[in-house]
Design a protein around this ligand. Structure first.
Ligand code: NAP
Length: 211
């Protein structure tokens, strides 16, 4: 029996994919905004494993990113965290994640993959993108100051090539960025109120982002 078999009403699952290094309020607001806009039944946060475009040496250990995501999402009953990518060996491609989730949740489930617009600008280079666009909806979260022209152009290209609409949603609180938080920690500057206090305490306790 799949997860949604016990809920007969709707079957819409948000998949929040990202490195979450660290997770911050911008990510949480984006997930909640998309949940509300598309009336999702839940949002599954999936900290990335070893994606093809990143050098894993520059990314914090998966277990820390997973634990921080657990702490950050604990208060929202619609949010869950998955180890599906961090437990997978080798390069982690989104297509494999989507297929695994379809098996787990049942084929009647509509999937919405949510991620940063910068990441989605590159989607045409992703592994098996044609199949991916058939299986799943995509939502691009933009941060203030983001060049929407590039995004509109890319979304237009995707629509004409694959007849697929990629949704976009503007998230003002995505002015917060993981890169900025890492720099602040390393330079001994405050990073309070940019992420949940539990995550702040976790970073301090484990000495993460201090070179
Ligand atoms: P990234 O390059 O670290 O981030 C790109 C931008 O998007 C950053 O500005 C980032 O801000 C923001 N962002 C990342 N995740 C977000 C989210 N869930 N909501 C809102 N903003 C978000 O991108 P990434 O995290 O490595 O990759 C994003 C997702 O795409 C991952 O799930 C990854 O596995 C997938 N991906 C798949 C393939 C493939 O299958 N071939 C290739 C590339 C990426 P912050 O730094 O503040 O988070």
């Amino acid at each position: 029996m799949s997860y949604f078999d016990s809920f007969s009403i709707s079957r819409k699952l948000g998949i929040m994919g990202g490195t979450f290094d660290p997770i911050h309020y911008g990510h949480l607001v984006a997930a909640e905004a998309v949940r509300d806009r598309f009336q999702l039944d839940k949002v599954l946060f999936i900290p990335s494993g070893n994606p093809p475009h990143k050098n894993s040496k520059n990314v914090t250990d998966a277990i820390h990113r997973y634990n921080m995501t657990l702490l950050a999402t604990a208060a929202n009953p619609y949010f869950e965290v998955s180890r599906i990518e961090i437990d997978r060996k080798g390069i982690t491609y989104t297509i494999d994640t989507i297929k695994e989730l379809m098996t787990l949740y049942g084929s009647g489930t509509e999937l919405f993959f949510i991620t940063g617009a910068d990441a989605l600008l590159e989607i045409l280079t992703w592994y098996k993108v044609d199949e991916l666009l058939k299986l799943c909806n995509f939502v691009a979260a933009t941060r203030p100051g983001f060049n929407k022209k590039d995004l509109e152009q890319k979304l237009h290209e995707i629509k004409s090539k694959y007849s697929k609409e990629v949704f976009q949603i503007e998230i003002p609180s995505l002015a917060i960025s993981s890169t900025d938080i890492r720099t602040r920690v390393n330079n001994n500057h405050t990073f309070k109120y940019l992420l949940p206090e539990s995550v702040e305490q976790y970073i301090i306790k484990h000495g993460i982002y201090r070179e």
